[in-house]
Design a protein around this ligand. Structure first.
Ligand code: ADP
Ligand code: MG
Length: 482
């Protein structure tokens, strides 16, 4: 057993989620991603003396929405604090955040890794504002500052140290992004920085109950980097302990190019933030009634739908996971499943035909032309054996998309795609094929029974897929024997 197998990695996350409100957390500035630098910056974003912040109510509503979806307790009274530090991209010299009284506490999210379910508990969620962006790689002589992002509303989701591997972190982040998208509170796009996380990592001997000292890898902006940083930190900390050293609590940067974590300069990490209540912002006071109204308006949640799809619709977990990735797809499936008894066929149609079609044409599901009752008829044609699945997918589907108002049966009929078990029709084709392949007929009769596949294939080809397989098979056998 390798020394590394004797240890367990313990991970806790602090996820920053950028909210998709129209305006900033404490003023009316636009928060659209990618505007010209320094164009969404009013005097409030710039923190000019004499300005006053005004709370964006949407931010609170979004926080409560997420908290409710995660079974957290909503703090009906929660407060904003100032976190003081100096940095070029922080125009006010402090960040508005929540320290002692966050908007929610507790709760958690169930993840699935390798078919196993695991509940990851949350410590709390708090509201805060983002800083601006420092750009170090455009001008060789200067750092550039873009303050458009300064004041963008964020939620910080802090987990308990319940995660044990990069795979679990990946599953958790994916589930969190999926949930944020279901709730329409954030696009969770890691490339654009809408979701970032600080990864706290420690190691302990397997069987230990006391956690080891942790290090915090700051600002990880992709799942891949999170996994790499965890792998690197795990090995580094084990090597350190095994060589007689001790892990000390350190704040680290992860370098995606080298795959290595390095301590931040002391000045950056050794902060005394001098938190104190923001005197410009009164406490947020929510009523039970408001929270109940937000709860009543929650959409169905991904984990509930996954459960429903695997039980009520008896879908394999793989299908259920794919269909619940996006809310629109899940709701589309439910709509379709309400119109056909063939749930698995409906799942197949969406996963294997509609989704690839939409991505190929770059169309959103809501703009897909074929209504679900037509799709239900389409599925029924296959189920009744009137059209083979492959003909339906390859030839009928594109026609249906072009003529979404026509009935699939009419389309299949006019395109001559209806399968035939008509004996005269099949007999003529089969006799032709047998006559063209006397050597194969002989070989079959001398015992090479596998040739039935060859004859079936030929008939399918000649009939352009219209030969009904059961009837065809029976008829070929009959002809071969006599
Ligand atoms: P702070 O000391 O900054 O208040 P906390 O102790 O509340 O922070 O933890 C911050 C993050 O670190 C949380 O995500 C938590 O799960 C994680 N964490 C705490 N202890 C450990 C540990 N021993 N190993 C790994 N992660 C940890
Ligand atoms: Mg922290």
């Amino acid at each position: 057993m390798s020394i590394y197998d004797q240890y367990e990695t313990v991970i806790g996350l602090e996820i920053h989620l950028q909210l998709s409100t129209q305006s900033k957390a404490f003023c009316g500035d636009d928060v659209t991603f990618g505007g010209e630098p320094n164009t969404h910056v009013s005097a409030i974003s710039l923190g000019h003396p004499g300005t006053l912040p005004k709370l964006n109510k949407k931010q609170v509503e979004y926080a409560v929405r997420l908290g409710l979806a995660l079974d957290s307790k909503i703090n009906l009274r929660n407060c904003f604090d100032r976190k003081n530090y100096f940095y070029l991209d922080l125009p006010k010299g402090y960040q508005i955040t929540q320290d002692k009284y966050p908007v929610t506490v507790g709760g958690g999210l169930e993840i699935r890794v390798d078919g196993e379910k695991k509940y990851i508990r949350l410590h709390h969620i708090h509201m805060e504002e983002d800083a601006g962006k420092s750009i170090h790689d455009v001008d060789p002589a200067h750092s550039l500052i873009d303050l458009n992002r300064a004041g963008t509303p964020l939620l910080e989701i802090v987990t308990e140290p319940d995660l044990r591997s990069g795979e679990e972190v990946d599953a958790f982040m994916t589930a969190m992004r999926q949930l944020a998208r279901y709730l329409d509170i954030s696009d969770g796009n890691m490339q654009e920085g809408s979701m970032r996380c600080d990864v706290n990592v420690s190691v302990m001997k397997k069987g230990e109950t006391k956690y080891g000292e942790r290090c915090e890898v700051k600002n990880v902006n992709s799942m891949k980097f999170a996994r790499q940083a965890i792998a690197y930190e795990t090995k580094r900390q084990i090597d350190l302990i095994e060589s007689g050293g001790e892990v000390t609590r350190t704040t680290l940067n992860f370098n995606p190019v080298t795959g290595v974590t390095t301590p931040m300069r002391d000045k950056e990490s050794a902060h005394d933030y001098r938190y104190f209540p923001d005197p410009d912002l009164p406490p947020v006071v929510l009523t039970e009634k408001e929270v109940t109204a937000i709860k009543a308006a929650l959409p169905p949640l991904p984990n509930e739908l996954f459960q429903k799809f695997t039980t009520e619709f008896a879908l394999p977990e793989y299908d259920a996971a794919l269909l619940t990735t996006e809310k629109d797809t899940a709701l589309f499936f439910i709509d379709l499943a309400g119109k056909t008894p063939h749930f698995k066929a409906a799942a197949n149609l969406i996963i294997n035909r509609i989704s690839p079609y939409l991505s190929e044409k770059n169309i959103a599901l809501k703009d897909f032309s074929v209504p679900t009752n037509q799709l239900a008829d389409f599925i029924q044609l296959i189920a009744d054996g009137k059209v083979t699945a492959s003909i339906a997918y390859q030839r009928l589907f594109p026609e249906l998309v072009k003529n979404p108002g026509k009935s699939p049966l009419d389309l299949a009929t006019s395109l001559n795609l209806i399968q035939s078990d008509d004996e005269d029709f099949l007999e003529k084709i089969i006799e032709d094929i047998l006559a063209k392949n006397p050597d194969k007929v002989k070989a079959y009769q001398n015992g090479k029974k596998g040739l039935i596949g060859f004859f079936m294939g030929q008939v399918m080809r000649e009939s352009k897929g219209k030969a009904e397989p059961k009837a065809t098979n029976a008829l070929i056998l009959k002809k071969l024997i006599c």
